[in-house]
Design a protein around this ligand. Sequence first.
Ligand SMILES: [Zn+2]
Length: 59
Amino acid sequence: MQIRWSRLRIPFCWFDRHSPRREEAKWDGKYYVGPCRFCGKEVVRRDRGIWKLVREPLT
Ligand SMILES: [Zn+2]
């Protein structure tokens, strides 16, 4: 199996820890949402500095 994505380009996305472009992040009424600068997926801020791929309810 060949991994096409460079691990250096997406260092933390493998662990579901993303880093969005802050200037593109927006408040959707419940969460800050923005595109991850590394993997390009929409990620949601879950905690201070912690951005997750899945929009789960905060408990
Ligand atoms: Zn990512």
